[in-house]
Every structure is written in structure tokens, then in C-alpha cells.
Design a protein around this ligand. Structure first.
Ligand SMILES: [Zn+2]
Length: 211
């Protein structure tokens, strides 16, 4: 299965830029878009007087799904408030990922891509790289504390970084770092005697050859 990690990362970073997010974990209320309406099954049920069973019909196993065509040029994301409170943000961003990636079906590939999109919005690799360069050990507790990732999401992120390290660059890296610079500087003061500059990447590349 071939994945366009860079393309999906661009979509995720653009989403952060458009939302104007400047700190992590992303506040729930900041996740909003002009062309996407995000609504719980429970609220939609009150508005439409449909039952939750009717609203989730065909999606009874899903915590959320997106639906087009209710209004022109608007996609709805409906989610079950009762079942996903702890994973709400990831689940909603996962659905946003399906929309941004123009997915037409929910295949295995599409699911992996939507998860990757959500993980790059919640915890962008370039921000993690910058934190690492400032002398911090990237592990599950840092990812959970800093980005509010669940243990499962943090594990997936670490697996990805173990596999690819920070070798995937993106054209929006610099813009994103700029956007989060206050957050990074105030939460992650330099721990290293000297900031890793470009030699960091060379070190990383050297280190990869050791395996
Ligand atoms: Zn999905």
C-alpha cells in the first residue's frame, strides 16, 4: 500500500494554519470550519426529532461519520457524544481527514490516511522535531502531556517516528514553526548547551545507519 505521507501532512498543516491554532493541546472549540458542520447525534436528534438509532442508522458501529448533500457545499460530521468523550478530538479530526483527503469510501487505506491526518493536526511532526532539537526526550508521556494524545495515538506516533525518524520534511514546516514559536519557547526552554542546528539532521542520518 503506497501512502502520500507528504500530501496528507500538507493538508493537516494547512488545516492548522487556517484554524489559526497557536498552542497544544488544540482546544475543542477551535476545531471549526466554514464548510463543515460538526454536530453530535444528541443535538442533531433534538433539532430533527429523529432518534439516535435513526441518525446512526448504517453507522451503528461508528462513533462518527460524515455526510454530504444535506446542504449545498457543506459536509456534516455527526458524532456520538456519549461514546467518544475521551477520543472526541481525534475522532472528529479523523472525519475531517476523510473530507480533506477527498475520500469516497472507508477502505483500509482511507482509514490509515484519516488517522495519519488527525495525528498530524493533533501533534505535527515538525513541532515534535523542534522539541526534540531543544533537548527533550520524545516519549509517550511527553506526547500525552504536550499534545493531549491518548496512549494509543502516542504509541502510533512513536512507531511512525521510529520508522521514519524526522526524515519527512514538508513545505509548510517553517510556517508552522513560526505559528507555534511562542508555545515552543515557553513550554520547552532549551535544555541542550547548544541548539542542534542543521547538524541535527546529519546526526539523525548517521544514527539511522547504525541499525
Ligand atoms: Zn474513518
Amino acid at each position: 500500500m503506497a501512502f502520500d505521507w507528504e500530501g496528507i501532512t500538507s493538508l493537516a498543516y494547512l488545516t492548522l494554519i487556517q484554524m489559526g491554532i497557536t498552542s497544544f493541546p488544540i482546544p475543542h472549540e477551535r476545531i471549526k470550519f466554514e464548510d463543515i458542520i460538526i454536530c453530535s447525534y444528541q443535538k442533531y436528534s433534538r433539532i430533527t426529532e429523529l432518534s439516535i438509532a435513526e441518525i446512526s442508522c448504517g453507522h451503528s458501529l461508528d462513533d462518527a461519520y460524515c455526510i454530504k448533500g444535506l446542504r449545498p457545499n457543506i459536509t456534516f460530521i455527526l458524532y456520538n457524544k456519549q461514546t467518544i468523550s475521551s477520543r472526541l478530538k481525534h475522532t472528529i479530526l479523523h472525519e475531517v481527514g476523510h473530507i480533506k483527503c477527498n475520500h469516497c469510501k472507508h477502505g483500509e487505506k482511507e482509514e490509515i490516511e484519516a488517522h495519519f491526518f488527525a495525528s498530524q493536526v493533533n501533534a505535527p511532526n515538525i513541532v515534535i522535531k523542534e522539541i526534540s532539537k531543544r533537548g527533550y526526550m520524545i516519549n509517550i508521556s511527553l506526547l500525552a502531556d504536550c499534545f493531549g494524545l491518548s496512549k494509543e495515538s502516542a504509541n502510533k506516533k512513536l512507531n511512525y517516528l521510529n520508522k521514519y525518524h524526522f526524515s519527512h520534511t514538508n513545505k509548510y514546516d517553517d510556517i508552522l514553526l513560526q505559528q507555534f514559536s511562542d508555545f515552543i519557547v515557553s513550554n520547552f526552554p532549551l535544555k541542550t548547551p547548544h541548539y542542534y542546528d542543521d547538524s541535527f539532521d546529519e546526526l539523525e542520518n548517521e544514527r539511522r545507519k547504525w541499525y
